[in-house]
Write a protein that binds this ligand. Structure first.
Ligand SMILES: Cc1cc2nc3c(=O)[nH]c(=O)nc-3n(C[C@H](O)[C@H](O)[C@H](O)COP(=O)(O)OP(=O)(O)OC[C@H]3O[C@@H](n4cnc5c(N)ncnc54)[C@H](O)[C@@H]3O)c2cc1C
Length: 461
């Protein structure tokens, strides 16, 4: 069979499936999974292909592009049922017309509903809420590797918990129900701290009852904190979006384009560094002065990235740290970035970010199962040296006891995944083998990442 070439949105993960299909119905998915000759293994479903890793790669197999299945099936006062290929932002905008919103309004509007239900995601947790989208998936319909049709609901809590972390390895998801809530007004403001000040103030900031998201500059020891909180509104139609439009322009277009241009066209290192630091200062100031308001629309935080990535594209990685170790781990990260720059000459050309995410055991591979976590995530347009930097970043985070996300933390080793998730991998494998004993959906990425010699996984096999 002739092979095609496919890449993720950013363009750094390239693969060669034999077949790419765009099903329009459940029956077509059933037919694809049953016909092993026309549709060779591995079979991998993808949504927007925005993942940072090879999790959705169907090398020499069948890539099932779900984007044609995008119907919103039903909107109720507290839930929405949608086909798996719909984009999160499209559903959010439809919900808004009914004065409703998703619980988690993460920045990536291109997130597909299928991926949202079964993969790792993050946004700073709003007070009393989760920061992972899949935790709000209450019913998931999928086609099993053998071609059967199955619905998993809250009536089967353990199975639902596993499916919320299944990364397309238990079946192809074609329909999901998410909990939603009435539109609320959201206040937002930003404040800048030195690392030492942030260290001192963090306990008070946590107690204030705001969400905490951070922009982190390891080279100037500064932290810009974004605080958000909901309050009720009688006038949901009067909520403002311009603050988020400005933030979205700054973050998703100007910052990566600027980083790309400075890296490419400014060879003199002190001038380049000066330009990076100036821009970060400008971002901090812009956010403090303009990204503030009492009645903003949470949905407006979502960004519709262009279907084909342009010169404003960027990538990132993420590991979660237990909250109690965060400040010492953050200090280690800042030191690591500076030391890495001194010894290798590499520094990322965008500012790092971080999120505070509440304890959440709703999915098997939740990175905050044991307690609240905070993250420090390098972001870059992948200027030369980025991949080697990520390998060192992974080593640092693993040593510090962090937890990565299989779809967002690239270049992980099986040992790092084993250390982070431990016995949960064996539980996952028990489910996976029950659904997929022949490995119809298993690609090399997960085969390598999940199979550590001598691990509990092998012991339980
Ligand atoms: C510019 C940018 C900004 C981002 N911002 C954020 C952010 O703010 N917060 C955040 O959490 N993440 C963010 N991400 C990461 C992104 O949310 C995740 O990588 C997410 O998984 C991508 O969704 P997708 O629809 O593109 O999934 P894909 O990359 O298409 O697929 C991801 C995984 O899900 C599986 N899958 C997809 N659809 C199905 C299905 N129907 N059935 C079974 N399995 C399926 C795939 O096989 C694969 O393993 C960002 C990424 C980019 C590029």
């Amino acid at each position: 069979m002739e092979e095609l070439q496919v890449h993720n949105w950013f363009g750094n993960i390239v693969s060669s499936p034999c077949v790419v299909v765009q099903p329009k119905s459940v029956q077509e998915i059933v037919a694809i999974l049953k016909d092993t000759e026309k549709h060779p293994s591995p079979v991998r479903a993808v949504g927007s292909n925005h993942s940072m890793t090879s999790c959705g790669v169907a090398e020499h197999g069948t890539l099932v592009d779900m984007r044609k299945m995008k119907r919103i099936i039903e909107i109720r006062p507290d839930s929405v049922t949608v086909e798996a290929g719909a984009l999160y932002i499209d559903v959010a905008q439809e919900l808004q017309k009914h004065n409703l919103e998703f619980y988690v309004n993460l920045e990536l509007g291109n997130l597909s509903i299928g991926s949202a239900a079964c993969c790792g995601t993050k946004d700073a947790s709003m007070p009393g809420e989760f920061g992972q989208v899949c935790s709000y998936a209450t019913a998931i319909k999928m086609v099993t590797p053998a071609g059967g049709v199955l619905e998993i609901t809250e009536e089967q809590p353990e199975l639902l918990r596993a499916v919320r972390s299944s990364y397309g390895l238990f079946g192809i998801i074609y329909e999901v129900t998410f909990k939603v809530k009435p539109l609320q007004a959201m206040s937002v403001y930003h404040k800048v701290y030195s690392l030492d000040e942030f260290d001192k103030k963090l306990p008070v900031l946590k107690a204030q009852g705001n969400s905490i998201m951070m922009y982190l500059n390891p080279f100037r020891d500064t932290v810009l904190v974004e605080f958000r909180r909901y309050h009720d509104t009688k006038h949901p139609q009067r909520l403002t979006s311009w603050q988020w439009k400005f933030r979205n322009f700054l973050w998703s277009r100007l910052a990566p384009f600027y980083g790309y241009c400075v890296s490419k066209y400014v060879p003199i290192i002190p001038i380049r560094d000066f330009l990076f630091d100036m821009f970060d200062q400008f971002m901090f100031l812009g956010a403090m002065l303009l990204v503030r308001g009492n009645n903003t629309l949470a949905t407006a935080q979502q960004i519709r990235y262009p279907a084909i990535a342009n010169k404003s594209k960027y990538t990132f990685s993420i590991w979660a740290s237990p909250e109690e170790n965060y400040i010492s781990n953050l200090r280690a990260y800042f030191k690591f970035c500076r030391e890495y720059y001194r010894t290798t000459g590499y520094r990322s050309n965008m500012i790092s970010v971080g999120y505070r995410v509440m304890q959440d055991d709703s999915s098997l591979f939740s990175y905050s199962s044991d307690g609240p976590v905070m993250t420090f995530d390098p972001v870059s347009t992948a200027n030369p040296g980025w991949e080697a930097f990520l390998i060192a970043y992974n080593e640092l985070c693993s040593r510090l006891g962090g937890i990565p996300l299989p779809n967002q933390s690239d270049l992980l080793t099986p040992a790092q995944v084993q250390k982070a998730y431990g016995g949960r991998i064996a539980t996952f494998e028990r489910y996976r083998k029950r659904f997929d004993p022949t490995g119809r959906l298993l690609n090399d990425y997960f085969r390598k990442l999940l199979a550590v010699e001598g691990s509990m996984l092998n012991a339980s096999a």
